[in-house]
Design a binder for this molecule. Sequence first.
Ligand SMILES: Nc1ncnc2c1ncn2[C@@H]1O[C@H](COP(=O)(O)OP(=O)(O)O)[C@@H](O)[C@H]1O
Ligand SMILES: [Mg+2]
Length: 168
Amino acid sequence: MTDSTSSASRLSLELATPAATGCLGVALADVLRPGDVLALQGDLGTGKTALCRAYIRAAVGDPAEEVPSPTFTLVQVYDTPGWAIWHYDLYRLEQPEDAYELDIEDAFEEGVALIEWPDRLGRLLPRRAIHLTLIQTGETSRRVDVEAQPHLLSRLSAAFTAAQAAAK
Ligand SMILES: Nc1ncnc2c1ncn2[C@@H]1O[C@H](COP(=O)(O)OP(=O)(O)O)[C@@H](O)[C@H]1O
Ligand SMILES: [Mg+2]
């Protein structure tokens, strides 16, 4: 884990179907570790929650795990065998400091934090955050641009390819 994104690189992945987004969730479960922060950008309906759901189900090891959007609760917490996952939707956060009441410090230190609408955190968003931007390219297709350290991107890319091959 590093606290700088100064040497961050970019990776673009085509998510041609919702199943491909599911495979990216599986790939994320392969590479994310405690202390990782995923900042998920993209317009409403681009698949931020869908991707988080796929990741959480893979990380928890239960494809039937209920993963509601934290639209109103702002945060939902899940236990994996190794650590907790904090899933935030901060669209309704009025000011960055309000995130302290949502245990954001614990999430950043002890678990994996998934954050929809990360701009609401302002300067409280850790500089080490991995940035994912989802873009709608068709009714059922998306593209995701990932900005992170090069070593993480190459592991993610390999895990995504493997997950897609395994799903065939
Ligand atoms: N390739 C795809 N990847 C992810 N979601 C997709 C895809 N194609 C269609 N969708 C649909 O887009 C919607 C995304 O909704 P959601 O995940 O709640 O978006 P957000 O959290 O970004 O507002 C879902 O209805 C999902 O089924
Ligand atoms: Mg959402």
